[in-house]
Design a protein around this ligand. Structure first.
Ligand SMILES: *[C@@H]1O[C@H](CO)[C@@H](O)[C@H](O)[C@H]1NC(C)=O
Ligand SMILES: *[C@@H]1O[C@H](CO)[C@@H](O)[C@H](O)[C@H]1NC(C)=O
Ligand SMILES: *[C@@H]1O[C@H](CO)[C@@H](O)[C@H](O)[C@H]1NC(C)=O
Length: 377
């Protein structure tokens, strides 16, 4: 501002007028340039807003992994799992199940177990108790004291259970373009349903899964594991975020459903919206199991697992249980039975036992396989 005033004092009037004209032109140019910059800043701001908005909507589907040896479509179409808003038992570290337990047979600790047990060598337990089938990984701490390790890890805002491995992806290439991808979810604890104020069917260790059947890389149908069986829907029918199917994990039991709400599963293979044996699903936290997974190829011809990316393979061959054996009725941990049902039952077998070589999308268990083309509870 000051320089041209100084100019007026030093130089003549005509010079001053000319300089004023120049100055006005300069101002006009500056104003135009300023407007141009404001417009640019506003546009940049809008672009940033748009990007942020897009990120917050697409945060999960954007973050797709690549794992050498796993067909890309198996990861691109991997399910996302909604955990219940009141969930207390989250996805858990598979290895922590080994470090927090000791192997028992018939409620008795195996003497001189080969130690230390790891996920790489867990199948050495198959040398005990009927090829490992009677082996129970048994909690070192009394379950009724609510050990912290049973509560698992809360997924972060990107859906990742950080610093642990809580899921297993198994690819069964059946040939002729047919590929079954199993997405197995691990929880350290299963809290059973409450029936007439009685909590029944709790167990340590919980393996649940979805399976997607692909043909030439295109998803056809999806299986949802629930209690002793489950449900199948066409890929077109299931809820999706982008192209990734949504699975709802029931509060406590972690049974997988295609919709949120209440699911009565008293009558086998006929889920109702209400009844005596209810599971509940809702949009609590979204878990992306692909962000913390082990990967394997499975071959049905010899029931063999092939490690991908250094995933520990012994855990896939371990035939025993991933939690305590059902406590006897005279065990103080076990409340009196309720119409023959116990609060604490035995832990489950692992991924090898989930019918990995299926003819249909459902397990080959003799139960009628219905692939629904619309979602039901
Ligand atoms: C696993 O199977 C896929 C085909 O589905 C193959 O490309 C890959 O080489 C196999 N093994 C490993 C270790 O990646
Ligand atoms: C299990 O242990 C109990 C007593 O500890 C014993 O009576 C029973 O025979 C054992 N069962 C088996 C199958 O070993
Ligand atoms: C796997 O399933 C197919 C039928 O889909 C069957 O022909 C084959 O024998 C099974 N393999 C094994 C090892 O059981």
């Amino acid at each position: 501002m000051e320089w041209w005033k100084t100019g007026e004092l030093e130089k003549g009037g005509s010079r001053h007028v000319r300089e004023e004209v120049v100055q006005v032109e300069l101002w006009q140019r500056q104003a135009t340039e300023q407007w141009y910059y404001i417009k640019r800043i506003m546009l940049a701001g809008l672009a940033v807003c748009f990007l942020l908005l897009q990120r917050s909507f697409a945060r999960f589907s954007m973050q797709v992994r690549q794992v050498e040896g796993v067909p890309q479509y198996v990861l691109d179409y991997a399910p996302l799992v909604w955990l219940h808003e009141e969930e207390a038992f989250f996805p858990s570290d598979i290895y922590a199940q080994v470090t927090n337990t000791h192997p028992n047979i018939n409620l008795t600790t195996i003497e001189d177990p080969p130690s230390p047990l790891t996920l790489e060598n867990l199948d050495i337990l198959n040398a005990y108790g009927h090829n490992g089938r009677n082996v129970f990984l048994t909690s070192n701490l009394d379950v009724t004291t609510e050990p912290v390790w049973l509560t698992g890890i809360v997924p972060d805002s990107t859906g990742e259970t950080r610093e642990i491995t809580s899921s297993v992806i198994i690819v069964n290439d059946r040939g002729s373009g047919k590929v079954d991808a199993f997405y197995m979810y691990f929880y350290a604890y299963n809290q059973g349903n409450t029936v007439f104020f009685q909590e029944l069917g709790d167990h340590i260790g919980d393996w649940e899964h979805n399976m997607i059947r692909f043909h030439n890389g295109t998803p056809q149908a999806m299986w949802f594991s629930q209690h002793n069986n489950g449900q199948a829907f066409t890929y077109d029918a299931v809820e999706k975020k982008g192209i990734r199917p949504i699975s709802y994990s029931a509060k406590g039991s972690h049974a997988n459903y295609g919709v949120q709400g209440t699911h009565d599963h008293l009558i086998p293979d006929l889920n109702l919206p209400a009844g005596f044996l209810q599971d509940y699903t809702s949009k609590g936290l979204l878990w992306d199991p692909t962000l913390s997974a082990y990967h394997y190829n499975y071959s049905a011809t010899d029931h063999s697992f092939e490690s991908i990316n250094g995933s520990p393979v012994g855990a896939m061959y371990y035939r025993g249980r991933w939690g305590d054996q059902q406590y006897p009725d005279d065990d103080p941990k076990q409340p009196p039975p309720f119409f023959g049902f116990r609060k604490f039952v035995s832990g489950p077998t692992g991924p090898w036992d989930k019918h990995l070589n299926r003819t249909k999308i459902c397990p080959d268990n003799g139960i009628l396989c219905i692939v629904r083309d619309s979602l039901v509870p």
